[in-house]
Design a protein around this ligand. Sequence first.
Ligand code: ATP
Length: 231
Amino acid sequence: MNLSSLGFFRNIRKENQQFAVIGLGRFGRAVCGSLHRLGYEVLGTDIDEKRVAQVLTDQLAAHAVQLDSTEPAALKQAGIFEFDTVIIAIGNYLQESIITTLNVKEAGVHYVVAKASSEVHGTLLRRVGADHVVFPESEAGCALARSLTKPAILEHFELDPNNSIVEVMVPEEFHGRTVTEVELRSRYGLNLLAVGQSEKFEINPDPSRRLHKGQVMVVIGSNRDIDRLPI
Ligand code: ATP
């Protein structure tokens, strides 16, 4: 289970099959490659011809074209406005990122995801219509800090600033006890969503199920309550 990917992929509607990615830096290339591997139709674009060619050589997208995304005519000609979802992966060029977001939203693209490199950048992107703003560097930094300080938490999916779903190793203290006996809800205020091992999960586990060291639990609750787990 990869909870961290939910934040992005939950916003992709099921029927979406085609994506355009504008900006083929490390982030844009990673988005292209992941969508392509998942079997979706991806068009990658960049102002830099070499980056466009590299994406095709590395087979990270089915199609790639060179264009300047600050030019509405170039976007129209490339058919970008026909895509249901456009990902704007231009983090370091503030002006280009904002103008591109404005261009695609004004042309009626249904769902636009934009990468921000700072809070101010994120605010501006939302103001010009971005439907979803991501902060990959800051999100990766938070995830690293969490994994260093709480190694038993394998995955962390933030629902809002106060509440999360986490995938956590079964604490030593819970070993050999049933779901009922550990009193997750009454003692910790947490709800158990699944228990599993080696990628195989039992959803809504039976209250009589015993927990064992080495297994993984998926729980939902407030960050404060999650912090109280004996891990
Ligand atoms: P990262 O690797 O973290 O994604 P990066 O430095 O590779 O960062 P950015 O600087 O954010 O990426 O730029 C992403 C891409 O956007 C670059 O490949 C750049 O050529 C491209 N780009 C910049 N301006 C435009 C534009 N006007 N039209 C199309 N692509 C652009």
